[in-house]
Design a protein around this ligand. Structure first.
Ligand code: MF3
Ligand code: CO
Ligand code: CO
Length: 266
C-alpha cells in the first residue's frame, strides 16, 4: 500500500519537555560560543567550542554525519546562505556570521541559529540582520492552533519585501524533535497552496534565510554543501524551535526571555 499522507507527529508532554531541554542546550551553546566570536578566529575553532560544550552537557551534535555532513555545526559567513562548513577561514572586521546548532539530548532534537557581527559592520548589513530577526518574530506570531502553516511564509515575505530583501525558497524550516527533519515542511515563502493547519503539540523550526539581493542560491561544487547567494550579496538567518500550544506560541529555544512561556500546552 502506498503511504499517501505524510505524518506530522503530535508530541506528548514528555516529548515536548525533552525537545525543550535539547533546544535550551542548543541555545546555550550559541550563548557560549558567542564569547569567542571575534576577528581573527577560524570558523573551525568556533565549531570545536560548540562541539565541546554540547558533549560536556551530554548532548550529541546532530549535523555530524547527517547525510554525510562533515561537521558538528553549520557556520555561514556573509554571502553563505546556510550549511557553511567550519574551516580555516578567519573572521574579519565587517563579517556577518550565522552559527546553527542542532543538538540531540536524551534522544530529542533541538535546532536554533543566530547571527553574530564582527567589529564594524555596515548599516546595510545591520539592517538585513534586524529585518531577518523580525521576519522570524512575525512568523512565530502566526503559530496559533488552527492557523494554516502557510501564514508563516506569508508574513515573512511581506516584511522582507517591504524592506526590499528576498526570501530564500530552496531551504525550509521543518518538523523537529524525535528526528532531525520531520513533517511538515515550513516554507518561508508566500504560497497559494494550503498546508496543514497548526495543532497543539506540533514542534517545528522556523528559520528564514533573507538575502540582500536575489533569492537564488548555488551549492559549492567542491564541498557539495555550502549554499551561497548567486549574486554574492549578503544573507542572514535566525532559527528557533517552536511548539504550538492551545494558548501562545512556545519558543523552546528562546533562553533570552524574548518570548512569554505558555502556562499550558494542551
Ligand atoms: N541545522 C540545519 C537546519 O536548521 C540543518 C543542517 S543540515 C546538516 O535544518 F546536514 F548540515 F546537518
Ligand atoms: Co532547522
Ligand atoms: Co538549524
Amino acid at each position: 500500500m502506498k503511504n499517501s499522507k505524510p505524518k506530522i507527529i503530535i508530541k506528548t508532554l514528555e516529548q515536548i519537555e525533552g525537545i525543550r531541554k535539547s533546544s535550551v542546550l542548543a541555545a546555550s551553546t550559541l550563548k557560549t560560543v558567542g564569547e569567542f566570536v571575534k576577528a581573527g578566529v577560524s570558523t573551525k575553532y568556533l565549531n570545536d567550542i560548540c562541539n565541546q560544550y554540547i558533549r560536556d552537557n551530554k548532548g550529541i551534535p546532530a549535523p555530524l554525519g547527517y547525510r554525510g555532513f562533515p561537521s558538528e555545526t553549520c557556520i555561514s559567513v556573509n554571502d553563505v546562505v546556510c550549511h557553511g562548513l567550519p574551516g580555516k577561514y578567519e573572521l574579519r572586521d565587517g563579517d556577518i556570521v550565522n552559527i546553527d546548532v542542532t543538538t540531540i539530548l536524551e534522544g530529542y532534537y533541538g535546532d536554533t541559529s543566530t547571527m553574530f557581527t564582527i567589529g564594524n559592520v555596515s548599516e546595510y548589513a545591520k539592517k538585513l540582520i534586524s529585518v531577518t530577526k523580525d521576519c522570524l518574530a512575525v512568523a512565530i506570531n502566526q503559530c496559533y492552533e488552527g492557523n494554516n502553516v502557510n501564514l508563516i511564509g506569508k508574513e515573512i515575505t511581506k516584511l522582507a519585501k517591504e524592506n526590499n530583501f528576498s526570501v530564500v525558497y530552496e531551504f525550509c524550516g521543518h518538523g523537529v524533535g524525535l528526528k532531525f527533519h520531520e513533517e511538515p515542511e515550513i516554507s518561508h515563502n508566500e504560497t497559494q497552496e494550503k498546508g496543514p493547519d497548526l495543532l497543539a503539540g506540533m514542534t517545528f523550526t522556523i528559520e528564514p534565510m533573507i538575502n540582500a539581493g536575489k533569492a537564488r542560491c548555488k551549492i559549492d561544487k567542491q564541498d557539495k554543501w555550502t549554499a551561497r547567494t548567486v549574486d554574492g550579496k549578503l544573507s542572514a538567518q535566525f532559527e528557533h524551535t517552536i511548539c504550538v500550544t492551545k494558548t501562545i506560541p512556545f519558543v523552546m529555544s528562546d533562553i533570552d526571555n524574548e518570548w512569554a512561556i505558555p502556562k499550558n500546552i494542551f
